[in-house]
Design a protein around this ligand. Structure first.
Ligand code: FES
Length: 272
């Protein structure tokens, strides 16, 4: 074979208008490594977060509340002497209260431009990597239902802002002692601090945020404040992938830390 015979499959890169190459692709490097590692990392997070979200236990160890369970919006987590709480869901809500709030950060990440690329490549092989054709016969991108719904990402960005605000509030409370006086600092306080910095950095590095801040302007010179904000968001945006992974890891670690302390595995080491 010369490698130039027409391929029996006619769609996608094998369309007659494209170069007729029989080889599935011409890449010789380990192109599969990145999508495989991505799929493994995302799968690990999905398994961990599903377990913790439905566990409905060990999510509060004063003064720390797991980021998976905040804000508390159901009656069955009202025993937690920690704000912000609201009984939007009464006693009829029988399952874990985490399920109510996790929809927003989950939707934000699921529709995120970076995560879309990550799971399209890692799980659907659509396509698995640059210059490697996908195994499916047809490719419609995000032009049809259900993937066209990915366009609601901007609204999930708006929903993610108050959630990040609540987690900021929780981080402030992580510096209070048993008497609710500020001045406490334990290892958990630092874990929460790192987490909230990464959560905000990820949230503000969002492509939608960049467009909201600096998009649809004809002249930056007439909007100096928005221009400055756009520059800051743009710098974060260049590291969006890194921030996506770092904040995913930090939010899982913050939750795991609360779990370990709440379940009595160890006491929170206190610095003062
Ligand atoms: Fe990733 Fe918006 S593009 S969070």
């Amino acid at each position: 074979a010369t490698g130039t015979e027409p391929h029996p499959q006619r769609g996608g890169v094998h369309n007659p208008t494209r170069a007729a190459i029989t080889a599935r692709h011409l890449r010789t490097d380990r192109w599969w490594l990145a999508p495989a590692a991505t799929a493994a990392g995302l799968l690990a997070f999905v398994v961990y977060s599903t377990w913790r979200a439905f566990a409905d236990t060990d999510y509060y160890a004063a003064p720390y509340v797991s980021p998976f369970y905040s804000p508390c919006l159901a009656e069955n987590c009202r025993s937690m002497p920690h704000g912000p709480n609201a009984d939007l869901f009464g006693s009829w809500w029988g399952i874990s209260p985490a399920v109510i709030v996790l929809i927003f950060p989950l939707g934000f990440r699921l529709t995120c431009y970076y995560y879309r690329k990550a799971y399209y490549r890692g799980f659907w092989a659509s396509p698995p990597a640059c210059a490697v054709p996908e195994p499916h016969r047809r490719y419609t991108g995000e032009t049809r239902f259900p993937l066209i719904l990915q366009n609601i990402h901007r609204y999930f960005f708006y929903a993610a802002l108050p959630v990040a605000g609540v987690l900021t509030y929780d981080t402030v409370l992580a510096f209070r002692d048993e008497d609710h006086a500020f001045g406490h600092m334990g290892l958990g306080s630092l874990v929460f601090l790192v987490n909230i910095v990464l959560i905000w950095a990820y949230t503000l590095s969002c492509h939608s945020c960049r467009h909201i801040v600096g998009g649809k302007l004809r002249h930056f010179s007439r909007h100096p404040v928005r221009y400055r904000m756009w520059r800051v968001v743009g710098r974060l945006n260049a590291r969006h992938m890194l921030l996506a992974w770092a904040s995913l890891l930090s939010v899982a670690l913050a939750d795991f830390y609360v779990y370990l302390v709440a379940s009595g595995v160890f006491d929170d080491p206190r610095f003062f």
